[in-house]
Design a protein around this ligand. Structure first.
Ligand code: ATP
Length: 643
C-alpha cells in the first residue's frame, strides 16, 4: 500500500538519487499526514516518504534518513543532549514580519483570527509578491538551521535567532513556512506520535529490503516481515533510544544486524520502566497470585538513572532522560565509595532522596525541590541527597534487562555497598500475606516514603521493560487507599483572573491531559482551591511568560472559557476525590461515552518539573480510572445491598 502513495508524496522531477532530501517533499508529507485522521493512511504517507529517502540516498549516506526522522518527530538530537526547540510567539511574529514585510500589528491580528502561527506564516508568504523564485530548501539546510537556532544562547542570541529564521522563511515556498514555524514552536501538530515514526522507519526498511531483493514477495511473507521489523526496531530503540546510533546501524547492518549492534550502552539513558497503580493490597495479591514478588519502599524523591562508563565518566539522568549530572555533582562524587572492587561500567536505576544529615531521616520531595537545578557546586549544597538503588540494568559490559529481578538484585548487592547517608539499597520485603504487606506499607510511610512498589521477582515477567507502564510493577501509595487511586499529571493550559485579594495573579487554572496518539491536549477541570497566596504568586511568575494570544489548535477546549491561554508546558500533579462525566470538558471523550471526563474537587499536590507536557496523564488512563471507580461503586452498593 505504501508504494501506491509514491506519486502523492514525491515531488516530480526535483529529487534524484544522491540529491539532498528536498524539504518540499517533507512538507508535502506533513500536509498529507495532517489532512487525514486515519492512522493507516498517516502511516503509509510517512513510510513512503522515508522509503524515498532511503532509496534516493547515495551509498553510505545515513544522514539523510537520520535528519528526516528527526524532523518528523520534531527533535534535533537524542533527549539527553538537551537541544530543544520551542521558540516564543513574539520572536516568531517578529521574524515573520521581517521576512514578509508585513507589520507586526497585521500579523498579530491574523494570529488572533487563525490561532496557528504556522498558518499565519504560510498566508503571509503567499500574499507576498516575489520577483525571483528562491532556491529550494533542503532537509540538511533546514535541520542545521534549526540546530543553530536551538543552540544559540547568550547576549545576542535573540537577534541571531531572528536572523536565521528570517532567512529560512524567505526561502520557503508553498506549504513550507507553515511547518517550519510549527517546528520552531516545538510542536508539528499533524497528529503523528513518535511511535508511528518509529514504525514507519521499520516498514520503510522492509519495503527497501523487498525492492533490493529483486524478488516477488507474497502477501503473507510481507506481512510477517513488517511485523517482525516493527518488533525489532521498537525493542532496539527502547534499549538504545538514540536515532544517532540506531539509524546508521539499520542502514549499514540491516534489520537483522540491528539487535547485535545496538544494545543498552552506558551514556545513553533508556526510558524507565513504570508501574501501574493499585488501590488495595487485595488487588496486588489478585494480580500476582501464585507468583513470587517483592515489595520495596517507594521513596519520595526524584528518579535517577546513574550511568558509569568504562573510562569512569559518570552521568545521572532524569525520568525524562535529561542529563542531571550538573544538578547532582554530590551524587557523582559520592558514587566511587559505594562501588566494590571489580565493578567498572554499569547502569543503576535508583531514587535520589533528600535526607537530614543530622539523623539520617528521609525528607519529602518538597525538600529536594529546593535544590538548584543547574551548575550546583558541591560546597554550596544545603539539601543532602542519598541514592537508593532498586535495579541494576547493565554491569561490566553486559546488559541485564533480560535477567530476572532476583538475579539483577543479587548482582546489585554483590557489586555495590551501602554508605551511610550516601548510598543504600531500596528496602525490600518478600513477605506475601496481606498482613505482611500491610505492616510493611505502614513501616514505609512511617519512614517517610510514599508507599510500596510491588514487583515480580522471577520468570520473564520480571525482566526490565524500558519505557513501559507494566503490570509487573505495581505501586501501592498510601493516598490511594482512601481516594480514587493514582494522582494525575496534568498540563496547565489556561488561567482565570483572581478576585478580591487575588486580582494581580491567576486565581484558578484550566488543566488538560495529553493524548499522545492525536497529539492533543484535552481539558479536564478547573482548579482553584488549595493554593496559598505564595503559591499563586509563584505560579503567576512561571505562567505569565507562557501566555499566548489565542488558544493553540492542539487544545481540545470543549466548553471551558478561561481568561487567558498558556503555551502547554507546565505539568502539575493533582489528586481528585472522584471522576465524573462532563458536558464541558473533553478528556477521554469517546472512550467511555460521548461526553468527556472531569475531576471533582481536584487538589494541587506539586509542580512536576521532571515531566514535560507530553508525559502528562493520557486519556486511556483517565478512562481506566473512571471505569475502575464505577466498578468499585457497583461492588460497594452490591455489598451494602447484601449481595
Ligand atoms: P509517581 O508520580 O508516582 O512518581 P510516575 O509516573 O513518575 O509516578 P510510577 O511508575 O508511577 O512513576 O512510579 C514509580 C516512580 O516511583 C519511579 O519513577 C521512581 O521515581 C519512584 N520510586 C521510588 N522508589 C522506587 C522503587 N523502589 N522502585 C521503583 N520506583 C521507585
Amino acid at each position: 500500500w505504501a508504494l501506491s502513495r509514491i506519486d502523492e508524496v514525491d515531488i516530480q522531477g526535483g529529487w534524484k538519487v544522491g540529491d539532498p532530501v528536498p524539504y518540499a517533499a517533507l512538507a508535502k508529507t506533513f500536509s498529507l499526514v495532517e489532512a487525514t485522521t486515519k492512522r493507516i493512511e498517516k502511516a503509509s504517507y510517512l513510510t513512503t516518504f522515508l522509503l524515498l529517502v532511503i532509496q534516493r540516498s547515495a551509498g553510505g549516506d545515513t544522514k539523510s534518513l537520520l535528519q528526516s526522522v528527526y524532523l518528523c518527530i520534531n527533535r534535533l538530537c537524542p533527549d539527553y543532549a538537551g537541544i530543544e526547540l520551542g521558540i516564543g510567539e513574539s520572536l516568531l511574529v517578529k521574524a515573520i514580519a521581517e521576512s514578509t514585510g508585513r507589520s507586526l500589528g497585521v500579523i498579530k491580528a491574523d494570529l488572533k483570527k487563525e490561532g496557528d502561527l504556522g498558518l499565519v506564516a504560510k498566508n503571509s508568504k503567499n500574499s507576498q509578491k516575489t520577483l525571483f523564485k528562491p532556491k529550494p530548501l533542503t532537509v540538511p539546510y533546514v535541520f542545521s538551521s534549526l540546530r543553530e537556532i536551538a543552540m544559540s544562547t547568550g547576549h545576542s542570541s535573540q537577534a541571531k535567532k531572528v536572523s536565521i529564521i528570517t532567512k529560512l522563511l524567505a526561502a520557503c515556498q508553498d506549504l513550507e513556512a507553515k511547518y517550519i514555524v510549527r517546528s520552531l514552536e516545538g510542536k508539528l501538530r499533524i497528529g503523528n506520535a513518535e511511535r508511528s515514526v518509529l514504525l514507519a522507519v521499520a516498514h520503510a526498511a522492509v519495503l527497501h529490503e523487498k525492492e533490493a531483493s529483486g524478488k516477488k514477495w507474497n502477501k503473507e511473507k510481507l506481512a510477517a516481515r513488517l511485523e517482525e521489523a516493527a518488533n525489532i526496531v521498537k525493542s532496539v530503540y527502547s534499549e538504545l533510544p538514540s536515532y544517532d546510533l540506531v539509524i546508521p546501524a539499520l542502514l549499514e547492518d540491516g534489520l537483522d544486524g540491528l539487535k547485535d549492534r545496538c544494545k543498552l550502552t552506558p551514556g545513553v539513558p533508556l526510558k524507565p520502566m513504570l508501574a501501574k497503580p493499585t488501590k488495595a493490597i487485595g488487588e496486588v495479591l489478585d494480580r500476582f497470585e501464585g507468583k513470587r514478588f517483592t515489595c520495596e519502599y517507594k521513596y519520595d524523591g526524584e528518579r535517577a538513572q546513574v550511568h558509569r562508563l568504562k573510562d569512569g565518566t559518570v552521568g545521572v539522568f532524569s525520568r525524562n532522560s535529561e542529563d542531571m549530572s550538573k544538578k547532582y555533582p554530590d551524587l557523582v562524587e559520592q558514587l566511587p565509595r559505594c562501588i566494590k572492587n571489580g565493578t567498572s561500567s554499569f547502569v543503576l536505576d535508583a531514587e535520589a532522596v533528600a535526607i537530614d544529615t543530622k539523623d539520617g531521616k528521609l525528607m519529602p520531595f518538597q525538600e529536594l525541590s529546593r535544590r538548584k537545578r543547574k551548575d550546583v557546586k558541591v560546597e554550596d549544597i544545603q539539601v543532602r541527597v542519598c541514592l537508593f538503588a532498586f535495579d541494576l540494568l547493565y554491569l561490566n559490559g553486559e546488559p541485564l534487562l533480560h535477567k530476572t529481578l532476583l538475579e539483577r538484585r543479587e548482582l546489585l548487592r554483590e557489586h555495590f555497598q551501602a554508605v551511610s547517608g550516601e548510598f543504600d539499597f531500596a528496602k525490600s520485603s518478600d513477605g506475601e500475606t496481606t498482613d505482611e504487606i500491610q505492616s510493611f506499607l505502614e513501616e514505609s510511610v512511617k519512614d517517610g516514603c510514599e508507599g510500596l512498589m510491588v514487583k515480580m521477582l522471577e520468570t520473564d515477567a520480571s525482566y526490565y521493560e524500558p519505557s513501559r507502564r507494566s503490570v509487573n510493577w505495581l505501586k501501592l501509595k498510601k493516598d490511594y487507599l482512601a481516594g480514587v487511586g493514582d494522582s494525575l499529571d496534568l498540563v496547565v493550559v489556561g488561567g482565570y483572573y483572581g478576585k478580591g485579594k487575588r486580582t494581580n495573579v491567576y486565581g484558578a487554572f484550566l488543566l488538560a491531559c495529553y493524548d499522545a496518539d492525536s497529539e492533543e491536549y484535552q481539558t479536564i477541570c478547573k482548579i482553584g482551591t488549595g493554593f496559598s497566596e505564595e503559591m499563586l504568586q509563584s505560579h503567576y511568575e512561571t505562567l505569565k511568560p507562557l501566555e499566548i494570544t489565542k488558544v493553540r489548535g492542539d487544545v481540545k477546549v470543549g466548553g471551558a472559557k478561561p481568561d487567558v491561554w498558556f503555551e502547554p508546558q507546565v505539568v502539575w500533579e493533582v489528586l481528585t476525590a472522584d471522576l465524573s462525566l462532563s458536558p464541558i470538558y473533553t478528556a477521554a471523550q469517546g472512550l467511555v461515552e460521548d461526553r468527556g471526563i472531569s475531576l471533582r474537587f481536584p487538589r494541587f499536590i506539586r509542580v512536576r518539573d521532571d515531566k514535560s507536557a507530553d508525559d502528562a496523564t493520557g486519556p486511556e488512563q483517565i478512562a481506566e480510572m473512571y471505569e475502575r471507580q464505577s466498578l468499585a461503586q457497583t461492588k460497594g452498593s452490591k455489598k451494602k445491598g447484601g449481595g
